[in-house]
Design a protein around this ligand. Structure first.
Ligand code: DAH
Length: 351
């Protein structure tokens, strides 16, 4: 082996290295970079094939040649890796740019739920009476004739049953309650030891009524009952006046008009001075300045007696109000069924 053959071989390695580096340097995308790799560095690549020339060299020169080839290979691989990393970096940067999120853009408004006025008014009324020391009694929708009528002094053939056309589940005893007053008879009758009572009981009631703007066959009432020693009509009036002021405003006054309910004696209907015109007279109060809000009275001694409270010792007052009616007055709602339909436009308006 001649001296210049080694030189040639080493020069060849240098040349192959330069070529490879050039090629890699000029690759302008991943595909052409991979092509350069194959051309120079794969098993059949130009640099690898150089090794085949080893056999033509003198033994003592093989080391230097091998070193030169290896160096060429290392440099080319390093350049390839570097270029590959720079492509990956560029690709990531492009992706980040493309998928950029503008955090300053206005967000999509989230729809917030709100409480239906029907439940809101029940909560408000309940709170007013809880503040006065009343407890809340849970009634039941399905009642017996005994609690819904008999114990409230409405015997079988009593004409007042016509006032409340009943849905019977199983005639003649099982029915959908027509009034929350049934919670009165339950509370009094079921007290084993007769102690004073101060309760309200909200709940649904049912009547065979034709639905219109102000009537529904299903509606809610809140019943109130106070039984103690020496309860008078003055206590009833003071209680309902406080309620009316808290519900409809400090300026409201109430008046009692004589009425009839079988379970109260005397019975009254309670009007509140019009919350719209303040009592001067407007369309809402039909020019009278007053709006009826509930029925009430002194618990009929017969009812006390039937429910186990001795009327010589005990007296009481009771009242019942229509939840939807109060909600309509309080919030200016024009149709009773709007409260049952859960139309989001209504709920939104209402807010
Ligand atoms: N239960 C009656 C009704 O549904 C309302 C009522 C009137 C309840 C007078 C009472 C009351 O507790 O004392 O029409």
């Amino acid at each position: 082996m001649e001296e210049n053959e080694t030189l040639d071989a080493s020069l060849g390695a240098k040349k192959a290295q330069e070529e490879a580096l050039n090629d890699i340097e000029n690759a302008n995308d991943e595909a052409s970079l991979e092509e350069s790799y194959n051309r120079h560095l794969s098993k059949k690549g130009k640099i690898s094939l150089l090794m085949n020339e080893m056999g033509r060299l003198a033994k003592e020169q093989r080391a230097a040649f091998g070193k030169a080839v290896n160096e060429a290979k290392q440099k080319a691989i390093a350049a390839y890796e570097e270029k590959k990393a720079s492509f990956a970096k560029k690709k990531l940067a492009e992706r980040l740019e493309k998928e950029k999120i503008d955090v300053t853009l206005p967000a999509k408004a989230k729809k917030k739920g709100r409480i239906n006025p029907y439940y809101k008014i029940i909560d408000e009324i309940t709170d007013i009476f809880l503040d006065m020391g009343y407890e809340v009694v849970e009634g039941r929708d399905c009642e017996t004739d005994l609690y819904n009528f008999e114990l409230l002094n409405v015997p079988k053939d009593h004409p007042s049953r016509d006032m409340q056309d009943t849905f019977y589940l199983e005639a003649p005893d099982l029915l959908l309650r027509t009034q929350t007053s049934a919670a009165q008879s339950h509370t009094m009758k079921e007290k084993e030891v007769k102690t004073p009572i101060r309760m309200i009981s909200p709940g649904k009631t049912y009547r065979r009524d034709d639905d219109d703007m102000t009537h529904s066959h299903q509606f809610a009432q809140i019943e109130g009952l106070v039984v103690d020693h020496d309860i008078s009509l003055a206590n009833l009036k003071a209680t309902l006046e406080l309620f009316a002021k808290k519900m409809f405003g400090e300026k409201r006054e109430i008046r009692l008009r004589s009425s009839y309910f079988p379970f109260t004696e005397p019975s009254v209907e309670v009007d509140v001075s019009c919350m719209n015109c303040g009592g001067k007279g407007c369309a809402m109060c039909k020019g009278t300045g007053w709006i009826e809000i509930l029925g009430a009275g002194m618990v009929n001694p017969k009812v006390l007696e039937m429910c186990g409270y001795d009327p010589k010792e005990w007296s009481g007052f009771a009242f019942g109000l229509g939840v939807e009616r109060v909600a309509m007055l309080r919030y200016g709602i024009d149709g009773i069924r709007r409260m049952y339909q859960n139309d989001v436009r209504f709920l939104k308006d209402f807010e």
